[in-house]
Design a protein around this ligand. Structure first.
Ligand code: MN
Length: 204
């Protein structure tokens, strides 16, 4: 197996009351696990296609790989982006960068929340380091892999699939987004921003 399900750094109940334990357990042990299995299956089937020389299903397999690997990557970032000790406001380089690219922390927060709440269908709100522009951008990611330019490194992601909130918040997405700010792990965001900048240096 190329891809494996990572353990969480905290218990399924650790993010309550902001994210209910039953959501966390299903989300990690069922949904994320399915993306990991799907990505491995897509790689196996692509290898079989190369062996047999039959590429008749290539479009399906490439879509499967993008979707399932996207799901694996997105959730791997998402779990680290949250902590029972999270919340509050960032300081240091993250605070400076959010002010530089979005005017203020409050401006960033409103922009990010509107991006999340506005997603049509399933997707993610993404704070990314754009490796070409050398700047932070906010994007909507559709499903697990769509509508995001290449070369965008994830810094902070919010899962807006219904499986992420419906058991607790029903159709009231805004309450989920408001509660989520209480568990954002700004220390992890700071590490991701620093690593993204370093990784992007000299790419263009
Ligand atoms: Mn999810």
């Amino acid at each position: 197996m190329v891809y494996t399900l990572p353990d969480l750094d905290y218990d399924y109940g650790a993010l309550a009351p902001h994210i209910a334990p039953e959501i966390m357990e299903l989300h990690h042990s069922k949904h994320h696990a399915a993306y990991v299995a799907g990505a491995n299956t897509a790689l196996e089937q692509l290898a079989q296609a190369r062996e047999s020389g039959n590429f008749g299903a290539i479009n399906k397999l490439e879509k499967d790989l993008a979707f399932h690997l996207g799901g694996h990557i997105n959730h791997s970032v998402f779990w680290k982006n949250m902590s029972p000790d999270g919340g509050g406001e960032p300081d240091g380089d993250v605070a400076d960068a959010l002010t530089e690219f979005f005017g203020s922390f409050d401006g960033f927060k409103k922009h990010f929340a509107a991006t999340a709440n506005g997603i049509q269908g399933s997707g993610w709100a993404m704070l990314v380091w754009d490796t070409l522009g050398q700047r932070l951008n906010i994007n909507q990611l559709f499903d697990q892999q769509g509508n995001l330019p290449a070369g965008q490194l994830p810094v902070l992601q919010l899962d807006m699939w219904e499986h992420a909130f419906y058991l607790q918040y029903k159709n009231v997405k805004g309450d989920y987004v408001n509660a989520w700010w209480n568990v954002v792990n700004w220390d992890d965001v700071a590490q991701r921003l620093a690593k993204a900048k370093a990784a992007a240096a000299g790419l263009f």
